[in-house]
Design a binder for this molecule. Structure first.
Ligand code: PHE
Length: 356
């Protein structure tokens, strides 16, 4: 039916056709969606491609039935849909190809092993020692490893020309500066810090001496205890020593004091602990114990803080007294574990370190 004027039935007819086409576009979109959801193989996707985009496909059918010449907008919409279908099919193909890759991934293939780290055994030992003294009310401190002669020696009652200086093969890093050969520098520093009793500190740190053999390394660790208060006496030192020995080594261990000499303590002692192998008897099967020979193993030095040191720390030795001890972390660790050579600890051999 052809009418002459533009606002005629022909125009209305075109409008009707346009509406119809829009509906068909929507239907195609919907159908495509359903098809794409269902398809799982590239071959299936080929069929969809032909169905919508092939010569006899739905898009071409649409073009054929459309009065494009009179409604270019519609033509553009169909073209856009065509491009959209192409893109969707390409995207689905990509997805299928990729997921088929994942499907062939062998989930039983062993993964890359993650090496499990742990704290170094010295770090573990320090943590254990620290926790024992914290239980007794001590405070953990860290004092300088690079120290002036005063805190390291002079202030600890060791004069410049005193032979006691020779005992410790010290690393000098300047005329007046050393790498601390013991943690006793912490005694003076703690007294200065606290200014008055009570003092109850454990200073754990690195120490340095010019030495190396199976039981000595140039760098090692010490833990230094210092207790200062009114009426502190040797029994307090004994109590703390016994507590540590039992907590760290085992309830069946005992300690004893043996007279010794240090410039900064008076009286001075070496602390011994009963040998684990012979339980302090010195005998195994009627033979001398091979580990200790005497029943006792040496733990380290201790003593009552020398009045001069208390004075040098800024406190009054008439009003307070104290005890101090300085023992080796590596040493107690070796005594506890039976490690034959201290140098193993610093060998960085992962097979060795893994055992702790
Ligand atoms: N500083 C001494 C040493 O390194 C140990 C010690 C500390 C002795 C405190 C007495 C008191 O051998």
């Amino acid at each position: 039916m052809h009418l002459k004027t533009p606002r005629s039935g022909e125009f209305l007819l075109l409008l009707e056709t346009g509406k119809q086409t829009m509906k068909e576009l929507d239907e195609i979109k919907e159908e495509l969606k359903i098809d794409l959801n269902a398809v799982a193989t590239p071959e299936g996707l080929d069929l969809i491609d032909t169905k919508f985009l092939g010569k006899q496909g739905k898009i071409n059918q649409l073009f054929k039935t459309l009065p494009i010449k009179t409604d270019p907008k519609l033509g553009k919409q169909i073209n856009d849909l065509k491009k959209d279908i192409e893109a969707q099919i390409a995207e689905k193909l990509d997805y299928i190809l990729n997921s088929s890759k994942t499907a062939t991934f062998d989930v039983t293939t062993p993964g890359k092993e993650q090496a499990e780290g742990s704290l170094h055994l010295i770090t573990q030992a320090i943590a254990e020692i620290e926790s024992i003294f914290l239980r007794l009310g001590f405070v953990r401190r860290r004092y300088p490893e690079v120290e002036t002669d005063w805190y390291y020696a002079e202030g600890l009652n060791i004069p410049k020309d005193h032979p006691a200086r020779d005992d410790q093969e010290t690393f000098y890093v300047g005329d007046n500066t050393v790498l601390t050969a013991h943690t006793s520098n912490g005694q003076l520093r703690e007294m200065e810090l606290k200014k008055s009793p009570p003092i109850k500190m454990i200073n754990i740190g690195k120490t340095y001496r010019r030495q190396i053999d199976a039981t000595h390394t140039p760098m090692f660790h010490q833990f230094e205890g210092l207790v200062v208060d009114k009426d502190i006496n040797i029994t307090h030192l004994l109590g703390v020593t016994e507590y540590f020995a039992k907590a760290y080594f085992g309830q069946d261990r005992h300690t004893r004091l043996r007279p010794h000499h240090f410039q900064f303590t008076e009286p001075s002692f070496e602390i011994d602990i009963t040998c684990e192998v012979c339980s302090g008897t010195g005998q195994v099967d009627k033979q001398n114990c091979k580990v200790c020979k005497s029943g006792w193993l040496e733990l380290g030095g201790a003593g009552m803080v020398h009045p001069n040191v208390i004075k040098n720390g800024g406190l009054n030795p008439e009003e307070c007294s104290g005890f101090a001890f300085g023992w080796g972390v590596e040493r107690v660790l070796m005594m506890k574990t039976g490690l034959p050579d201290l140098r193993m600890i610093y060998s960085d051999d992962i097979r060795f370190l893994n055992q702790f």
